[in-house]
Design a protein around this ligand. Structure first.
Ligand code: SF4
Length: 406
């Protein structure tokens, strides 16, 4: 069977740069949109022959704030993808949107271009928390944007929420979570929820404020209470958790729709990444694209830049904007299987991992045995995090991967 290949498209534009954000996104660069789009369309065409004939089950247009793009721009991107790649008829095509930058007409244009899943950055419904996060919308605008998405025909909508903000109480989080879970005229809420704990990333203005003592970090006990309560409450509300931070609503037909694109990452599937700062994983090679939008555009405009030649042991990396790459060896792949695959509630199949990674897998078995003994992992048909392990996931991964610390 021909291996599938997914597509990730990075849109680096935002209206403001949020203080906590370490994504590759830039405010005030809207003038560069046409040049970025031309470069992106060329990069998509350069990659297409490398993955020719491989079915594309998912496309994710992320950022940044892709909903700043006109419908016509998304239509041109989707046209190029359809024209150059083997896009599956039922492919999941996600676009990330912020509530302040969507309106019915634009959403309808996205839908007409083939986008069939919207991921909306709601983050909170509390005005003080939204201000702390530098978000430009309020609760009413978020609710309105969700209604617009439904009116435009989106029947698969995710909302992102962030918890673990400094000073945030369980009560405040409860209001946001339950408020979002009742979005829509039928109050049935979004089809999918992503609830992420805020992390203070190095190099962000938020990290600077924390270092200067102007912002206190969240109380870890409150954060743990919020995480535990969220699991229970979302289950009561009909959302099935399938990953540490992700829930899909069980619909009346019994179906639920997890994000198929993110499942590709967690299951170590392959994807072509295009756009400034995107990453890709093709034929066992991980690569990174130039982060600076201007250098990205220059690299793809310059037709004299020699394209990279194919070499034995690594695929052709046809984009002149690729700045680094590495061949993923079995030991690295085994580590990825743990830090990505164990995030899923379904866990991983150890027999399959042993077959796939051989000696690479042997190197992690002692750490996994430790995790089972400590009650952080459980083994039955598959290996998965226990509920306690899920809440301590990052520490569990560190200890599992460094058994000498155990
Ligand atoms: S809107 Fe999203 S991508 Fe843009 S700066 Fe804020 S958090 Fe980052």
């Amino acid at each position: 069977m021909t291996r599938p290949i997914s597509l990730y498209v990075h849109v680096p534009f935002c209206t403001v740069k949020c203080a906590y954000c370490d994504f590759n996104s830039y405010a005030g660069m809207e003038d560069a949109m046409p040049a970025w789009e031309s470069a992106l369309l060329r990069e998509l065409r350069l990659w297409a022959p490398v993955v020719a004939g491989r079915p594309v089950p998912t496309v994710f247009i992320g950022g940044g704030t892709p909903s700043l793009l006109e419908g016509a721009s998304i239509a041109r991107i989707m046209h190029t993808i359809r024209d150059a790649y083997a896009l599956e008829p039922g492919a999941e095509i996600t676009l990330e949107a912020n509530p302040e930058s969507v309106a019915l007409e634009r959403l309808r244009a996205y839908r007409a271009a083939g986008v069939n899943r919207l991921s909306m950055g709601v983050q909170s419904l509390d005005p003080d928390e939204l201000q702390f996060l530098d978000r430009l919308h309020d609760a009413d605008r978020a609710r309105w944007a969700f209604d617009q998405a439904r009116a435009a025909g989106f029947d698969n909508v995710n909302c992102d929420l962030i918890f673990g903000l400094p000073g945030q109480s369980l009560e405040s989080w409860r209001r946001s979570l339950e408020g979002v879970a009742a979005f829509g005229s039928d109050q049935a809420g979004p089809d999918h929820l992503s609830c992420y704990g805020l992390t203070v990333e190095d190099g962000t203005p938020l990290a600077q404020r924390v270092a200067e003592g102007r912002v206190a970090e969240a109380d870890p006990d409150v954060v743990a209470d919020i995480a535990e309560w969220t699991e229970e409450r979302l289950s009561e509300l009909g959302y099935a958790q399938y990953e540490i931070s992700n829930w899909a609503r069980e619909r009346s037909d019994g179906e639920s729709r997890p994000c198929r694109h993110n499942l590709v990452y967690w299951r170590q599937g392959e994807y072509v990444g295009v756009g400034p700062g995107a990453h890709g994983f093709v034929d066992g090679v991980r690569y990174a694209v130039e982060r600076s939008p201007m250098r990205y555009v220059t690299a793809l405009q310059d037709q004299t830049v020699p394209l990279r030649q194919a070499q034995a042991g690594r695929p052709d990396l046809p984009s002149p904007a690729v700045v680094s790459h590495e061949l993923v060896d079995p030991a690295t792949a085994a580590i990825d299987a743990i830090t990505l695959g164990l995030r899923l509630n379904a866990g991983i199949d150890e027999t399959e991992m042993r077959e796939r990674y051989g000696d690479g897998w042997s190197g992690v078995e002692a750490g996994l045995d430790w995790g089972v003994r400590e009650g952080l992992l459980e083994r039955n048909d598959r290996l998965r995090l226990t509920s306690r392990g899920r809440r301590l996931a990052n520490e569990v991964f560190v200890r599992v991967l460094a058994p000498e610390l155990v």
